[in-house]
Write a protein that binds this ligand. Sequence first.
Ligand code: NAD
Ligand code: 6OD
Length: 480
Amino acid sequence: MSDQVAHFIGGVPVAEGEVFAGHDPVTGREVRRIHEADRSVVDRAVAAARSALPGWSGLPVAERAAWMRRLADAIEERFEDLVAAEIADTGKSITQTRTLDIPRGAANFRSFAEIAAQRPEDAFHLTDVVSYTVRRPLGVVAVIVPWNLPFLLATWKIGPALVAGNTVVVKPSEHTPGSMAVLAGIAASIGLPPGVLNVVNGFGPGSTGQFLVEHPGVDAVTFTGESRTGSAIMKSVADRVKPVSFELGGKNAGVVFADADLEAAVEGGVRSVFTNGGQVCLCTERLYVERPVFGEFVARLAGRARELTFGRPRDEHTTMMPMISAEHRDKVLSYYALAKEEGAEIHAGGGVPSFGDDRDGGYYVEPTVLTGLPPGSRVNREEVFGPVCHVAPFDSEAEAVALANDSEYGLAATVWTSSLSRAHRVAQSLQAGLVWVNTWYLRDLRTPFGGVKLSGIGREGGTHSLDFYSEPTTITIKLE
Ligand code: NAD
Ligand code: 6OD
């Protein structure tokens, strides 16, 4: 990957605007310079998207779906370039990048191509009247995404937005522009019509992100990121009443009953707390464990946390990655310090690993397991977005549900039990957009994805995405 990251506008790279430094999270070293799109660059990107709109939205859906399949094929051909870009930006392990992040990007384009191409229109027949709907794209859609799963999350929005007939301007996170730069090159190489997919780089407030969402030529905003950023974007677009789809933060709970397969629950806990360094919106930060198995669960989870390995990203045995930035590492460490102040017992981690090599300049923190904090403590209420969870005991199903629901957030939850009836009962009582039973982050791309409370607005996934990225017009015809 080039060490200068440009924008991509109207089918060509545009290296304009001030440059800022990008760092390798593994060592903290500056490894690239990224151009920041100012208002005039954002104007050009939006204008390119608008001028491509009539041609793109005028294609039959089957043709747009064919373009999505071509993009998926080309992603598979450039697989290792995308893996390299994603690792360079995030420091995540090659094993995860090859099995999750990049394959999901290709799957996002393929699955939305199938869903859109096969989707029927609505039609309703009364005795002398027939009503039917036609769906039209929203127009130019701003796609604003975070740094934790950069390629997966961007393509999860770009795929359905494009197949529904919109054109897009994507703003990746300032920390992770690399994989979108590769995708832009892929789009150009397969001849995707210029202006259909545009990418602008920069920061959020007072910079590219804000200029983009406020732009009068942008018709809708799809955003994944922090809840307070969602709130800021909502204010920016309020005057124009632009449609928004928000996937926001979480403080996800896991509930482990004494009748669960404890080995599976511990392994599920390890995955759901520590995957991607805990930097997945779906990660569990609060675990509630039924008292008879509480002690054993905590000891086993803490033991497994200590076994996680901080190898380099290209070492296939690496299981712990760095935090994305020095700022984010300091935020996570401030919660480790706060947990101590609030009186937590630390069963694993709580600090910074020491390597004796250049990784000491990187943004690593130890995977951490805490107990002993009351439900109202800040560590139990605020999203940390790092490799840490607090574990608390419970004595009844009702108490477990009340504890899990005691949060301003409501994105995801996990339930571990061998009782089928309890699984249904508890899953249906949890205030979350997604509940996994005896598993975690198993995804069917057709299902609705999103959160309740501070965790978001709307659902994406399958036809839910196509519903957001298009608007129906109902046409009613009198037959007699
Ligand atoms: P963030 O909200 O700081 O930034 C996300 C994106 O928004 C970045 O591209 C940023 O530059 C941009 N941005 C920031 N302020 C903006 C503004 N005022 N106007 C326009 N754009 C703006 O989030 P982050 O730190 O990159 O990611 C971590 C957060 O994302 C966590 O809270 C996490 O829970 C959340 N997240 C949620 C989901 C989900 O599906 N619910 C998925 C991934 C991450
Ligand atoms: O898997 C997905 O489709 C998805 N939207 C994941 C979100 C993860 C958040 O960090």
